[in-house]
Design a protein around this ligand. Structure first.
Ligand code: BES
Ligand code: MN
Ligand code: ZN
Length: 490
């Protein structure tokens, strides 16, 4: 989709559809030459999400005038802006239009760059569909151009810059969604490795992919053990973007269980199809690396993606088994369904070799996190208050909310084992005992996002279709953009 940002008078924009936003109880701009007045005499109040389609004939140059409500001016946010442009773009597509124009409103606390960024994210993500496996729908008509119309006082260059960044952030999210939506029969660990090689080729990143033999040789026992009974071989993917001189890198880690049956501790079959999404953390990390590359961020970033299926079988690991992990710690298996923390623990201990300034992992780790926060926030834990705050802010900026949860010493007490150093499952507080487990393997500033409730869903919103959301790809990129900026400022 072509995206442009230009100054223009709304009444002069020659387009099949011009969308204009109205705040609650405010009148339409004079520049519409009265084209909106009919709708405004009663039926349209400007509440958030309200829409009306008008056919203004000769009053303005556009064929259609779409009014869209923003609610109260003082409470307008980038998140509302994303939802607004998503609604407009989807409407234009459903009318089979090839282009649409949108008069960009700038929230009071924002600027043209950030507003354009959010507007483009919303439009591009709102149009997302996963049609790969739908016969005949591959080439459905898509919107070809989306124009941001700026008023006289706006900074056009800043808006163009924001639009470009927004497109890259959306592309990162779309890559993450595509990977996560892919069924597990095709979306295998090797498929993720292939995607990582593509990113490496496009942006000149370093890449290491370990196969089953390499994983064993490296001593990644958790990953090797979970993947032992799977015919689709596990992979350990390390992708390195080195554009930050000799500064310590940020390491991002994503759980990528391409299908989680639970293993011998098998899950109930109802809804098990959703466990193809259990690689959403890895998908988000690869999506984030796509944006790190396309934005050419001037920092060092390493992505680690441990990937495997979790299946029962004659060779499967079993409850009661004890593993000596990559770090040297021993773990008693209570449930083979608590597999995510095993592969993440190895990735976290592998990360030590980079002497990282920070490590952030993301994982569809626990059903307990969904019980706690539902689908409205990722669980956020860690061992460093500053990093936790940084991740929370990045999530807020991205429109991907994350909420802090505690890692009290008592949760660490709960995972003590009679047989081994620690055990891989303990209740109650399943999200926090999982966090406490990971904490045992992180000896650097570390934060953990439990995305079990946010990575995919049945409902979605204006810019998130059913299925994979791509969360937290943009959170990770925003965090890294922030680091790049403070490095430039230092
Ligand atoms: N992949 C699941 C977590 C999950 C559950 C993600 C629901 C999305 C929706 C994870 O591997 C798992 O099975 N966790 C167990 C842990 C338990 C055995 C300690 C869980 O949450 O029940
Ligand atoms: Mn599991
Ligand atoms: Zn899992």
């Amino acid at each position: 989709m072509l995206i442009r940002a230009n100054k223009a008078a709304p009444n002069e924009v020659n387009t099949p559809l011009l969308a204009v936003c109205l705040y609650r109880d405010e009148s339409a701009p004079d520049s519409l030459n009265g084209a909106a007045d009919d709708a405004l005499c009663g039926d349209f109040s400007g509440k958030m999400g309200e829409t009306a389609m008008l056919y203004p004939k000769d009053a303005i140059a556009a064929e259609r005038l779409m009014l869209i409500g923003l609610g109260d001016r003082a409470s307008f946010t980038h998140e509302k802006l994303r939802r607004t442009t998503a609604t407009v773009a989807k409407k234009a597509r459903s009318l089979k239009l090839s282009e649409a124009a949108f008069a960009l409103p700038i929230p009071e606390t924002s600027d043209a760059e950030e507003a354009a960024l959010a507007a483009v994210e919303g439009a591009a993500l709102g149009l997302y569909r996963f049609t790969r496996h739908k016969t005949g729908e591959e080439d459905d008509r898509e919107l070809e151009a989306f124009d941001l119309i700026l008023d006289e006082s706006a900074d056009e260059e800043a808006a163009s810059r924001g639009a470009e960044t927004g497109a890259k952030l959306a592309a990162a999210t779309i890559l993450a969604r595509d990977l996560a939506n892919e069924p597990s029969n095709t979306g295998t660990p090797e498929y993720l490795a292939k995607t990582a090689r593509g990113i490496s080729d496009r942006y000149g990143m370093g890449i290491t992919v370990l196969d089953r033999a390499g994983i064993k040789e490296e001593g990644l026992t958790g990953l090797a053990t979970v993947g032992r009974s799977a015919l689709n071989e596990p992979r350990f993917i390390a992708l390195e973007h080195r554009k930050g001189g000799d500064a310590a890198p940020v390491v991002i880690v994503g759980k990528a269980v391409t299908f989680d049956s639970g293993g011998i501790s098998i899950k109930p079959s109802g809804g098990m199809e959703d466990m193809k999404f259990d690689m959403s953390g890895g998908a988000a990390v690869l999506g984030a690396m796509e944006a790190v590359g396309s934005l050419d961020l001037p920092i060092n970033v390493v992505a680690l993606v441990p990937s495997t299926e979790n299946l029962p079988g004659g060779d499967a690991f079993k409850p009661g088994d004890v593993l000596r992990m990559h770090s040297g710690k021993t773990v008693e298996i209570i449930s083979t369904d608590a597999e995510g923390r095993l592969i993440l623990a190895d990735a976290l201990s592998y990360a030590r070799r980079y002497e990282p300034s920070a490590v952030v992992d993301c994982a569809t780790l626990t059903g307990a996190c969904v019980v706690a926060l539902g689908n409205h926030a990722s669980g956020l834990m860690g061992n460093n208050e500053d990093l936790i705050a940084e991740v929370q802010t990045a999530g807020e900026t991205a429109g991907e909310r994350a909420w802090p949860l505690p890692l009290f010493d008592e949760y660490t007490e709960q995972i003590k084992s009679d047989t081994a150093d620690i055990k891989n499952s303990a209740r109650p507080a399943g999200a926090l005992t999982a966090g406490a487990f990971l904490k045992e393997f992180a000896d650097y500033p570390w934060a953990h996002l439990d995305i079990a409730g946010t990575a995919y869903g049945k409902k979605g919103n204006a810019y998130t279709a059913k299925g994979a959301t791509g969360t937290p790809a943009r959170t990770l990129v925003r965090l890294l953009m922030g680091r790049a900026e403070s490095r430039a400022g230092a």
